[in-house]
Design a protein around this ligand. Sequence first.
Ligand code: SIN
Length: 332
Amino acid sequence: MPRPVSPLPRIRLFATGGTIAGAQTAGRGYRAAALSIEALVAAVPQLSSLAQLDIEQVAKLGSQDMTETVWRKLAARTQAALDDPAIAGAVITHGTDTMEETGYFLNLVVHSEKPIVLVGAMRPATAMSADGPMNLFNAVAVAATPAARARGVLIVANDEIHFAREVAKTNTTQLGTFHSGHRGLAGLVNAGRPHFYAPPVRRHTAASEFVLTPRTALPRVDIVFAHAGMDRALIDAAVAAGARGLVIAGVGDGNLGAPALAACAAAVKNGVAVVRSSRTGGGVVERNIEIDDNRLGFIAADELNPQKARVLLILALTRTGDPRALQEMFTT
Ligand code: SIN
């Protein structure tokens, strides 16, 4: 007998580890990525009311160990899933520490209008009042609704829906760690009932210009954190280590002192792309305010924080090394 066709959407659920799959150890500690995706799904039987889930364990790590190799695998697996007409959307479980970077990477390289939702948790799965089960339930609900289409990669946590491009982790341990300071929330989700606000304005997913193939080499891009009394040593060390791009987490409006500035100017002359972002955690870094970007050949990060600027610069450098073309990518 043929199986009856389920009216529920089919969602591909990829797992990478993180605290959402964490298990407490003796004392105050816990081990991220201890539990399998099967165990996480079994803990939320209500998921079966939302979607048919196809599950796949892509990696099993704390997201501090996330690598470009795993990013590429996730991107390829997500693209393949969403190219399947039977699949309505994708959910990816992920540690919260670097979730914004993985989400933004996928936002730029996966070409699909179908929903892609990353989800994590701040408390391990075995902790008192773990937040993972509701976050997972909400993430699947968001991925299963057609209203989430064409919104780019989304991050669901703490009853909120964030755009991967806009969100940042802002607190070490608290549940409300994710903030989208500049452009606000993508929406809210109450016990599986999503409410969406305005769509994103910058290019993403189906409209992204970045195409990742197995042969695309991703260049080394380093982040250097600026501070009072900074010299040029770390900038020179990054260039010597082979960086093709540098993101400066500058003081204030993406500034840096004279010795570091001179090192960045020398790096540009040697073909290294230099992006000025800010260590402040908010605001726009504009061109040519205290630093003459036109003369020095620097790129302003616009509103991207240093870790997001690094993701974009890695991909942008696969297309061009021209500072003006790179700047255009940062503003679009
Ligand atoms: C991690 O990012 O893997 C650990 C922290 C978390 O998931 O909240």
